[in-house]
Design a protein around this ligand. Structure first.
Ligand code: COA
Length: 348
């Protein structure tokens, strides 16, 4: 495919929104779980100070001490659903862009989550229903923490074959409902959040053009980060740390190189929000100046596949016409990917 043809299958994120739950868990909260967690260890090793959860602190304590179960909380309607979180993010996307959510059509709706509410239907159907979106077709692509890059590449494909000229992408993560609260290594890492974006085949107002996407996998690492059916999150932390830094760097560098971008051409960099220390190390290796590095892990924790797109949405008002954003994400699979966006601002 020539460069021109590639650009023709480009897509524009013409609206973007996010949502984070109200319940704040600071590092001292984990002292009350009696697991030997040290607030200073968390700040020093992962750079996380707070995270948001769909669960209230007292519900997490009840989980830890065996007074309730995840299933009980779901049954009691205490866990926000994918559709509810998607609709909250969509509401912000519509408000910001001035688009009329109720009248919009999305030819393709792509959902994605590592923590589903059910095996079927696809969660794109839940999100589209709860956001009152008229859709052509709706389906999910889940690739754990690299989901957003995969969703964008998949959407580019739908536009490229003429299957859609409009679309919506939704993601919501609720890892705080899938961690073992007796394990100090794992439970302090995660937070919950969601994102939504509307996609069109031409620019409109302030929007992000997708210039290029790249996704890759190494399935021999399939057991390195897992969440088995009915079980909690588990990972080989040290192995993952090495992989995550190396691939965050190489995925960013590869996509920059093939688009002729030097590090000085990049205005903003966003990585997978797993660990602030790791992100600092990766961004320094790429050569990104600290003021160009956008992150939210310090106050939102690791939000799985939602971390990078939520960071992107939280900084929406800072982007200026012509700027370049590079996103690089890594995750279970093992998988990694990167995206280059260009800011258009028709309102400037
Ligand atoms: C998970 C991670 C933060 C752990 O950091 P680490 O430096 O590897 O630390 P370890 O797990 O080896 O633990 C070191 C010690 O700190 C302890 N520790 C862990 N959590 C602690 C806490 N909350 N409070 C106090 N001590 C803690 C451990 O128990 C261990 O003690 P021990 O030696 O007595 O057993 C780090 O490996 C990491 O960020 N990995 C990458 C994660 C990632 O990118 N995931 C992406 C996919 S979602």
């Amino acid at each position: 495919m020539s460069a021109d043809q590639k650009r023709k299958s480009g897509i524009f994120l013409t609206a973007m929104g996010h949502y984070v739950p109200d319940n704040v868990l600071d590092n001292n909260f984990f002292d009350s779980l009696d697991i030997g967690s040290d607030a200073q260890w968390i700040v020093d090793r992962v750079g996380i100070q707070e995270r948001r959860s769909v669960l209230r602190p007292e519900e997490i304590r009840a989980l830890r001490f065996g007074e309730t179960t995840r299933e009980d909380l779901i049954q009691a309607g205490r866990v926000m659903t994918f559709g509810q979180m998607g609709a909250k993010s969509w509401e912000l996307a519509m408000k910001r862009s001035g688009l009329e959510g109720g009248t919009l059509k999305a030819g393709a709706v792509i959902g994605g989550t590592s923590v589903p509410d059910s095996d079927i239907p696809s969660h794109a159907c839940y999100a589209a229903r709860d956001s009152n979106l008229k859709t052509g077709y709706a389906y999910d692509t889940n690739s754990a923490c690299s989901t957003f890059a995969v969703q964008i590449q998949t959407m580019r494909g739908a536009f490229a074959i003429g299957a859609a000229t409009t679309g919506a992408i939704f993601g919501a993560e609720r890892y705080t409902t899938r961690v073992d609260y007796s394990d100090r290594k794992g439970c302090i890492l995660f937070g919950d959040s969601s994102y939504a974006t509307y996609v069109e085949d031409a620019p409109r107002g302030k929007c992000l053009e997708v210039i290029d996407t790249m996704i890759e996998s190494s399935p021999e690492g399939a057991d390195t980060i897992r969440m088995l059916d009915g079980k909690s999150f588990e990972q080989d932390g040290q192995a993952v740390q090495k992989f995550a830094i190396l691939k965050t760097v190489s995925a960013a560098q590869a996509i920059m190189e093939r688009n002729g971008l030097a590090v000085d051409d990049v205005n903003w960099f966003i990585g997978h929000q797993a660990n602030l220390r790791m992100l600092m190390s990766a961004s320094q290796r790429i050569g990104i100046a600290p003021e160009k590095h956008l992150h939210n892990v310090a106050f939102h924790g690791n939000q799985g596949g939602a971390g990078a797109p939520v960071t992107m949405s939280q900084n929406w008002d800072r982007y200026r016409h012509g700027e370049i954003i590079v996103m690089s994400v890594v995750g279970s699979g093992l998988t990694w990917g990167s995206v280059v966006f260009k800011v258009h601002d028709g309102n400037r």
